[in-house]
Each structure stands twice: as C-alpha cells, then as structure tokens.
Design a protein around this ligand. Structure first.
Ligand code: NAD
Length: 310
C-alpha cells in the first residue's frame, strides 16, 4: 500500500531515506540547505519533517506546522527540536538511537589511543619541522581503568570495545545497568565520585539535561587523578570547558579529547591553545555506516507509524 503524505527533509541525509520514502509513495522535498525563514514559510504544507543537526526546529517553526504528524531526527540527540512545542501540536517526535552507537564508540577508542600515544601532537610537530621522539613517550591502554559515565547504547558499546583491549571498565549510571553487559565486561559498578577518583580515562555518554549540565565541573575535576584524561563525545555543556582549560593548563588533569562543545562550531575555542587536548568537529556519528543505518531506521519507523503499527 502506498502513502501520499508530503515530507520535508531539511538537512543532508543518506539518499536511502529519500528512496525508501518515495518507493512507498510519499512526496519528498529534499531541501538540505533550506533556511529557517524558508521553513517558516513552507512548513505548514508538510505532514512529515525530517532533520539531522543543522536545522533547529524551534517553537516558532513548530507552531506553524499545522499539518505535521511526525518530526524525525536522523540521529540520537533531540536537543535541536522543541519537543514541548511538538507535543502541544500533537506531533510525534522520533529519532534513530541505533545509528551512532558503534561510530561514537569507535571514535572514543581512537581518541583514547591518540591521547595515550599523542599521535595528533606528533603529526602536528612533524608538520612544523619538529621530531619529538623522546618527548612523546606514551602509555598503553591495556590494564588502565576506563570510567564510563552513562551506560546506554553508546556507553555499553564502548565498554565492550575497550574490554577487548584489556581495559578495566568502571561504570556509573542513574538507572540500573544491564546485568548481561556487566557480566560480559566484568563491570566495576561505582558511584560517580569513586569512578572519577579511580579512572585513568573518563568517557561521558549522557544526554544534556539540567541534571547533567556541567556534570564535570572544577570541583569534580579536582578529585580526579592528575594523569586522568577526559573524553567527551556526548554534548557540549556536560563538561565545564573553562574548568577543563584551567585543570589542563595547571597540570591537575592529564589530557582531554572533545568532539562536542558548548558553542559549535568551536573554531577559536581556547582549548586549542593546549597540547594535551584533541578537538574534533562533532564527528561522532559521521560515518557512512552510521548515517546509512540511521536513515534506514527513520524510514522504517515512518512507514510503520503510517501503517499504524507503532
Ligand atoms: P542513551 O539514552 O542510550 O544513554 C544515555 C545514558 O545516560 C542512559 O543510560 C541514562 O540513564 C544515562 N544518564 C542520564 N543522566 C545521567 C547522569 N546524570 N549520570 C549518569 N548517567 C546518566 O544515549 P546514547 O545513544 O548512548 O547517547 C549518549 C549521548 O551521546 C547523548 O548525549 C547523545 O546526544 C550523544 N551523541 C553524540 C554523538 C556525536 O556525534 N558526538 C552522536 C550520537 C549521540
């Protein structure tokens, strides 16, 4: 059975999404560079609106979405969609939690390895004509303690990958942690303070909420090992960047790798002054596989909702 709903895709998404929707009879407008003003003018015509990260579906835009039944985010976080406004208009908001899980976990692994061996710095110095062989004596991940804050989809995937490198996994979550996962990786469950005091690497995988804003602040950082390294691929704002800058500069923390920032794009961020920091431009889910998986998941969910299955 075909459908005849109209769909607005506002951001660049994997072409498979467009194809599946069109194959099912939906009328798709693919507008990956559409502006907020243009969305405001046209959103009222559409039954389904799809975004990735670029487009912010604000209250003002959603209030104009008079014919919309579904807003879909081809990704995990919903912080670029005003969910309250959507609820008021009776619009379902869906996302694709599965897509990014492996991509983000692999990025964290790469960042940890790069922090341990200072590969980014080595590369930078060679380009500047410097051969820092002696200075760049690294450490190994094997046997080190990895503290994972938030053991949802990404945190668990990371735990499994890091276990394969013989790291010890310490975990903290506000909800009970999956028992099967705990057994599989030999999880050391801990409260947040214990995790922070005992980890060599601390990787954060929580959503940005009022309760997680500056979860790692100056006070918390002061309890960590001097050699500890923080990796944040969750959301900017979960780590206090000013406090992080001070701790890294004063040598009370060993290093950090950030994929997400309080202000993005983070060009001009003062953390870039420091050698013991790796910065990446929010590329956690930027793999072919993750984008294609998320697009497939969203297409499937939309079709199932239109069929009345979910
Ligand atoms: P998830 O919902 O599967 O897991 C989040 C976990 O955090 C849950 O188990 C939850 O109970 C826990 N949590 C919530 N508040 C907490 C707190 N105060 N302390 C400890 N744990 C807490 O989410 P996920 O798919 O694993 O994603 C995690 C984060 O990664 C999200 O912020 C998401 O936006 C972000 N993300 C980033 C990228 C990227 O490109 N860098 C890509 C995808 C997802």
């Amino acid at each position: 059975m075909g459908f005849d709903e109209s769909v607005l895709i506002c951001d660049e998404v994997d072409p498979i999404l467009n194809k599946i929707l069109v194959d099912n009879g939906l009328k798709v407008s693919y507008e990956p560079t559409i502006t907020a003003e243009q969305i405001q003018e046209t959103i009222g015509q559409y039954n389904i609106v799809i975004v990735r990260s670029r487009t912010k579906l604000t209250k003002e835009l959603i209030e104009k979405a008079d014919n919309c039944k579904i807003i879909a985010r081809v990704g995990v976080g919903l912080d670029n969609i005003d969910e309250e406004a959507a609820k008021t208009k009776n619009i379902r908001v869906i996302n694709a939690v599965e897509g990014a899980m492996n991509a983000v976990a692999e990025l964290v692994l790469g960042l940890m390895l790069s922090l341990a061996r200072q590969t980014a710095r080595g590369d930078r110095e060679i380009r500047n004509g410097n051969w820092l062989k002696k200075e760049l004596k690294g450490t190994e991940l094997r046997g080190k303690y990895l503290g994972i804050i938030g053991l949802g989809n990404i945190g668990k995937r990371l735990g499994r990958l890091a276990r394969a490198l013989n790291m010890n996994i310490i975990g903290y979550d506000v909800i009970p942690i999956d028992e099967e996962f705990s057994k599989e990786v030999g999880l050391l469950k801990a409260d947040l303070n214990t995790l922070l005091q005992s980890s060599d690497y601390i990787s954060i995988h929580v959503p940005l909420l009022d309760s997680t804003y500056h979860l790692l602040d100056a006070q918390k950082m002061s309890t960590m090992k001097k050699t500890a390294k923080i990796i944040n691929t969750s959301r900017g704002g979960v780590v206090d960047e000013d406090a992080l800058y001070d701790a890294l500069k004063n040598g009370t923390l060993g290093g950090a790798a950030l994929d997400v920032f309080e202000k993005e794009p983070a060009t001009g961020n003062k953390l870039a002054e420091l050698d013991n920091v790796i910065l990446t431009p929010h590329i956690g889910a930027q793999t072919k596989e993750a984008q294609s998986l998320a697009a497939n998941v969203i297409a499937e969910k939309i079709i199932q909702i239109l069929r009345g299955v979910i």
